[in-house]
Design a protein around this ligand. Sequence first.
Ligand SMILES: [Zn+2]
Length: 208
Amino acid sequence: MPVATFPLGPLQTNSYLLHQEGQAIAVDVGGDPAPMLTYLADHKLILAAICLTHRHFDHMYGVAKLSSAHGAPVFISRDDDCLAGTEAADGGIWGFPKVTPFTSQAMPSGTVNWGGMECCILQTPGHTPGGVSLYFPAHSLVFTGDALFYRSIGRSDFPGGDLQTLLRSIKENLFTLPADTIAYPGHGPATSIGDERSNNPFCGDFAE
Ligand SMILES: [Zn+2]
C-alpha cells in the first residue's frame, strides 16, 4: 500500500496519504494541502477519511481546506477536547497563526474500515490525553503521531501531557507490534518498531 509523505507547514509536520484501489486516507494535515490535493488528483483517488493523531495546531493547519475540497469526514479523539482553547490546539503559540476551524467526528475505538483499509486505533496518550496511533496490520505500518519518533519521543510538557503515560503508551501499545512494522511519525524520518525497541534512547532496551 503506497504511503506518500508531505512535510507541511511551519513545523514541517509529516502529513500522509495512504491508498489502495482508488481510495485514500489522510493522516494529519500540517499546512496548505495543495501537494496532497495534487497527489489525490494525479492518482484519481477518493479521500475516504482524514484522521488526526492528536489535537495540536501543527497537525491541523490544512484540515479545513482538504476536508472541504474532498468532503471527507475528519476524525479526532474526543479525549483531546479538553485542549480546546489552548494555544497548543488552536494555534497562536510562539507567534504561529491560528488553525482554521473544521467540523470533526469522534475517533472510533477498536478496528475501523476506511475506504476498504482496515485500521486499528491504538490509544497512545502522553503527548496529549487523546493521542492515538493508527495501525494498519495488513500492511505492517503504523502512524505514531508525536508519540514515537525515530530515536526520540514526543514532548510531554504541553497541556495534558505526561511523560510516564507516554512511556507506558509506547511500551504497551507500540512496542508490542511486530518488529518489522514501519512507523511513520509526525515529524522526521520513518523507522520501524523493532529498531526503536532496540535503539530508542528514551524507551528502548537500553533506556533506564
Ligand atoms: Zn503534537
